[in-house]
Write a protein of this length. Structure first.
Length: 151
């Protein structure tokens, strides 16, 4: 007598395949029923609104709470990251400056703090060991020198 050609694994694979097919047909029927139910709703019942915090809501927004934004009040470009002047007219010595990359550091004469300086904030030319006067502001990574002038 010959053995059956169907093994246990083949039977299991066929069962899984039939189950997937059946689940897919059930989901298709469910979507069809939901679509029919949606068709019975009025247009107003189908609408959804988004509130000022981005949450979905069934009720329309209150026109009394509407905020009016003027076009001139919209700021384009990068956000201001501080820009608050900490101290006016400090003096120090340029401890490092790389002209190729356009930045360096100033050693403050009073507090011996290292303050970052960008070439865009320098008025004129500076090199290492120059004495400069500057003001400081909060930058993205700490204190930054602005209005740097060679003394």
């Amino acid at each position: 007598m010959a053995k059956s050609q169907q093994t246990f694994n083949k039977l299991e694979k066929e069962k899984k395949k039939r189950k997937k097919k059946q689940d897919k047909a059930e989901r298709r029927e469910q979507r069809k029923l939901e679509k029919e139910q949606r068709g019975k709703l009025s247009f107003e019942e189908q609408l959804s609104y988004v509130d000022e915090w981005g949450n979905m809501s069934d009720t329309p927004p209150d026109p009394k709470k509407k905020n009016v934004v003027k076009a001139k009040d919209i700021i384009l470009g990068a956000a201001n990251r501080g820009g608050i002047i900490i101290e006016k007219q400090r003096t120090g010595k340029v401890s490092f400056f790389n002209h190729d990359k356009g930045f360096g550091f100033i050693m403050d004469s009073k507090s011996n703090d290292r303050v970052f300086v960008h070439i865009g904030q320098v008025e004129g030319e500076i090199t290492e060991n120059d004495t400069v006067s500057f003001e400081t502001e909060n930058g993205p990574k700490g204190l930054s020198a602005i209005l740097v002038k060679k003394i």
